[in-house]
Design a protein around this ligand. Sequence first.
Ligand code: 5GP
Length: 245
Amino acid sequence: MSHSKGEMLYEGKAKRLYRTDDPDLLIMEYKDDLTAFDATKRGTSLGKGAINNAVSALLMGRLNDMHVETSFLNLIDANHSLVRNVKIVPIEVIIRFEAHGSLCRRYGIEPGLVCDPPLYEICYKNDDLHDPFITDQIAVLMGLATYDELAKIKYMALTIGHTLREIYLGQGIKLLDFKLEFGRYQPAGESEARIILADEITPDTCRLVDAQTGEKLDKDLFRFDMGDLGEGYRKLLDKLQASAG
Ligand code: 5GP
């Protein structure tokens, strides 16, 4: 069944969400806009939205197939997907296989240090506070989530991390770290909300390098002016699509 785009519900830095005729479903639109460093750096890359839409659809589709429930339902067109309407848990979950970025800045760790087992971190999703690192206790104290929800989120995030790492390695790409967001989904007629993976899995939210050449294939290309973002993202999508047959 096709759903038409209704009122815009939310506009973020890289996406817009629209209502549909079904309150349980939304249309997600991926924009070509890029921001970094709490939106103090801004840019646009023509075609980026379509690549991210395709990458997220492919990865979330794989997770759905494995019964790791995500908000993604189906692709609509180049820049749009049909998604479940969730209430976002205001926590950013980060999984790291190697130390890079803020982990190195925070603790003076040498970039590239292997995290085995993978490191699991949670941050309070709040741009004004620069998404500060928190603990489960602080999250519960602030009423962001319950201990049960946090346990579910951790289990799902580590499962997703393992799956994504394997998918990428199969295509000669190393996943170094990534960020996830989860939501509470309570469709009409159900008495309880359940935690599902929400938001996106794209090169905007992951660090990825070519395992052979070390070439970067993610948003750091934009953050640190390291090369052509469109070319890196396109290469990534091509490899993922090859893996999907
Ligand atoms: P770091 O904490 O090192 O800055 O980021 C770790 C990983 O999570 C990176 O892959 C980065 O892209 C992702 N990440 C963390 N916070 C955000 C955020 O607010 N927005 C986006 N797009 N990605 C984030």
